[in-house]
Design a binder for this molecule. Structure first.
Ligand code: FE2
Length: 423
């Protein structure tokens, strides 16, 4: 075998196992593999899981914070303004350099499956061209899906539809939309219907930025759910953000979640951006401005977590860590119940794989591609609490990232103790 991972603690299993890998695939999962591997890693009882997925990331804006200026108010609208000021000066070289660097940050933190949005309101479509090239150039490192994302709207621009169609012809994987940015409710409905038509034409998946506002009258996710049911696209459609759902009245939200369930809608919540951008006009008391994660999870809806921004005009922080995003969501969405902590881990792994429609090649099972991570924690609760390092990130049987955790020692009364913050 090319690689054997010894003493791996898989999720939902008490006993550790060995994982054998050959020709980029998992060929054995046994209590103890007797053969010797060409290379061996001792996981030492640490958690070994499928890699993290980041199903919502803006690689075309990543790492651009401060260029051409910082967002002084920290608001969504000023973020869009800053991005608009930057767009005319963008070059393919700059977009690609930042995107490739950001992808490597995510890989170092254990993410090997990324869905990125590419802004189609750039008249030259440099963003789309650049991210498609990044996808191709990094294909041995990470799987990337690209979404045609009309940042400023489809029907607010004379060229809006043409640019979306061109992006699809260039080879984009997923159709996006942004109905709440359109001028009117009617145009918002048209935005959703247009995205569905385009996706059907190209046999593409759908992932729409929808109801990303605190406006309790923004109700476009219901239009998405209806179109999904009517067109029989269950499982292929994703609603990103839906922060307005936080502010809906409870009767409407209850009915809506039932329709989302019927549509088998995938939902993506983005704790970093949503926590700093939403409900800014509230004054006090200030609502959390987040979608209804606990209610949807309790009704068996597929909810997952995106990173959204890494150091861009909307969110100046971040280092590409899905464990950090899960840790933030635990606090922000009040998911500190014991079972909910394990659900958070699902939300950055299996739930996102389902959203990206890659479940058949994802997971630690014999016959599947050998993509996995060895985490510096023995269980999911510690991984999220400590935002643990990924000791090894393995892509098709090859180690693509390795981390040596920092060593901390406390000395008191002439005695030194190494601290790892674990019980
Ligand atoms: Fe986004």
């Amino acid at each position: 075998m090319d690689l054997i991972i010894k003493n791996a603690k898989l999720r939902d299993q008490v006993e550790c196992v060995d994982i054998g890998i050959e020709n980029g695939k998992i060929v054995a999962i046994e209590k103890e593999i007797q053969n010797k591997g060409k290379k061996e890693i001792d996981a030492k009882g640490n958690l070994v899981t499928p890699p993290f997925c980041d199903p919502h990331l803006h690689l075309d804006a990543a790492l651009s914070v401060g260029d051409p200026r910082y967002n002084m108010s920290g608001t969504l609208l000023e973020g869009i303004q800053v991005w608009g000021e930057r767009k005319p000066h963008l070059t393919k070289e700059i977009i690609k350099k930042n995107a490739i660097e950001a992808v490597k940050w995510e890989v170092a933190n254990g993410t090997l499956k990324i869905r990125t949005h590419a802004d189609t309101t750039d008249p030259k479509l440099l963003t789309v061209e650049s991210l498609l090239e990044v996808k191709e150039e990094l294909k041995d490192l990470v799987d990337i899906q690209v979404v045609a994302f009309p940042q400023d709207g489809i029907f607010t621009l004379p060229e809006g539809q043409k640019l979306m169609e061109k992006a699809m012809d260039m080879g984009v994987d997923v159709v996006g939309g942004i109905p709440h940015i359109e001028y009117t409710r009617e145009d918002g409905v048209k935005d959703v219907e247009y995205a569905f038509d385009l996706a059907e034409k190209h046999d593409a998946l759908i992932d729409i930025h929808v109801d990303e506002t605190g406006d309790d009258q923004s109700r476009f996710v219901e239009v998405m759910a209806k179109e999904t049911i009517v067109r029989g696209l269950q499982g292929r459609v994703t609603a990103s953000h839906t922060t307005a759902m936080h502010n809906y009245n409870n009767d409407y939200a209850f009915k809506l979640i039932g329709i989302l369930k019927k549509a088998e809608m995938n939902m993506i919540t983005n704790p970093f951006d949503n926590s700093v951008l939403q409900n800014r006009t509230d004054g006090y008391p200030r609502k959390r401005g987040h979608t209804r994660v606990d209610e949807m999870l309790s009704r068996d809806i597929n909810v997952c977590i995106g990173h959204d921004s890494i150091m861009d005009p909307w969110y100046p922080m971040g280092k590409g860590s899905m464990l950090q995003a899960a840790n933030l969501l635990l606090h922000y969405a009040q998911l500190s119940g014991y079972d909910q902590i394990f659900q958070l881990y699902d939300m950055i792994t299996t739930h996102s794989a389902k959203t990206m429609c890659i479940s058949d090649t994802y997971g630690i099972e014999v016959g599947k591609p050998a993509d996995m991570i060895v985490i510096d924690a023995t269980n999911e609760m510690d991984a999220i609490r400590l935002m643990s390092e990924c000791l090894y990130v393995i892509r098709k049987g090859k180690i693509v990232a390795k981390t040596i955790p920092a060593e901390r020692k406390v000395t008191f009364k002439n005695q030194s103790k190494t601290m790892d913050f674990k019980l």
